[in-house]
Design a protein around this ligand. Structure first.
Ligand SMILES: Cc1cc2nc3c(=O)[nH]c(=O)nc-3n(C[C@H](O)[C@H](O)[C@H](O)COP(=O)(O)O)c2cc1C
Length: 340
């Protein structure tokens, strides 16, 4: 029987429990990607709260990625010491940490500045550049001491759009079949494995794009199988529109669980599932009725960063998160019902 609070050994990653903080972007980094004091405090509090693994917020691999304000960035070696400080704070407080490597969108330099370019319009050189940006960022993450990196291929950010048939209509080896559309992910994975071999390499993947003409569960299953075969160390299951509102404990928790269970039955790597977990007994039930190894959470840890510690004392505690999504609109993505 799996227990939530027991150590688990994953490839290149030993964790103290099965709870993961899913990537949660704070939007408070400086424009160059350097980290602000408030970020250090947020991660320190989270690590002290007992979660086993913290996946950082969206960390862009490029300097010219203007998708959001306040993105962390691992796009320059000069930033490594700042990220090392973040890692050290998390490690000192007993958690492991994975940097979520992402690209909001690809921006091409033009005579008038930069313009966002969709996958169909990208040249082979531009695709190679983006791949290299992910690999270089992973090397920086390894140098900063991160335990792993997560390739963000969910939620219709760049990589998720690149692999989606709703967006990608390329006619070269990066378009068409699921295998071709996944090529970019597989090449990034291979590059990271070679360049930063000490890292746990995970990926966040949509179970479905929930978009007309996009990837559906059978496509996601195939992408998962391809990644597994290529040596991914774990897969975190999500989906477009990931932060579903109106979640009630014991009523509609764990909305990506059905697909995650199917994926876990079809791959050899560990599967992590995010989305709407609010009670410990539901988490225990999911873990013990499937091959899913880890559960990840975002909003409940904005509301109560010490939720894992609370659960160790009181198994019946229900997350205070009401899934209002007010956190998306608040400064530094705080829970609007909590005074930091
Ligand atoms: C404020 C906020 C910021 C988020 N930022 C990210 C992010 O940077 N990367 C990501 O993959 N998901 C991000 N998410 C989605 C969460 O990781 C998670 O998939 C989603 O909220 C569902 O899980 P939950 O019910 O535990 O909140 C964010 C969610 C919130 C509420």
């Amino acid at each position: 029987m799996k227990k939530v609070f027991e150590p688990v050994e994953l490839k290149n990653l030993s964790v103290k429990n099965r709870l993961v903080r899913s990537a949660t972007w704070e939007g408070i980094a400086n424009p160059d990607g350097s980290i602000t004091k408030e970020s250090y405090e947020i991660y320190e509090e989270l690590a002290k709260g007992g979660v086993g693994t913290i996946i950082t917020g969206f960390t862009s691999v490029a300097l010219n990625d203007y998708y959001f304000d306040g993105m962390m960035r691992l796009c320059d070696d000069a930033l490594i010491p700042e990220y090392k400080k973040l890692v050290d704070i998390i490690h000192t407080n007993g958690a492991k940490t994975i940097s979520q490597l992402a690209l909001g969108a690809y921006y091409r330099r033009t005579s008038g500045g930069y313009e966002q370019v969709e996958p169909d319009e990208m040249t082979a050189e531009e695709i190679a550049l983006v791949k290299q940006q992910f690999i270089d960022a992973a090397v920086r993450a390894e140098k900063a001491g991160f335990d792993g990196v997560q390739i963000h291929a969910a939620h219709f950010f760049f990589l998720s759009r690149f692999i989606s048939p709703a967006v990608n209509h390329r006619t070269d080896s990066y378009g068409g079949s699921v295998e071709n559309r996944s090529r970019m992910l597989l090449e990034i994975l291979d590059g990271i494995k070679n360049a930063a071999p000490s890292l746990h390499v995970t990926i966040k993947l949509n179970s479905s794009d929930f978009t007309f003409g996009g990837n559906e569960e059978e496509d996601a299953l195939e992408i998962g199988r391809l990644l597994d075969k290529a040596g991914i160390d774990s897969i975190e299951v999500s989906g477009n529109g990931t932060s579903v509102g109106g979640i009630k404990a014991h009523v509609n928790e764990g909305y990506f669980v059905p697909f995650a269970k199917t994926l876990a039955d079809n791959v050899s790597c560990p599967v992590i599932v995010v989305g709407g977990f609010r009670s410990l007994d539901v988490i225990e039930d999911v873990l013990n009725s499937s091959r899913i190894e880890l559960i990840s959470q975002s909003r409940p840890l904005l509301c109560e960063p010490d939720l894992p510690n609370i659960w160790m004392q009181d198994k019946s505690h229900i997350s205070k998160c009401v899934s209002c999504n007010g956190c998306y609109r608040s400064d530094s993505h705080k829970c609007i019902f909590r005074n930091r």
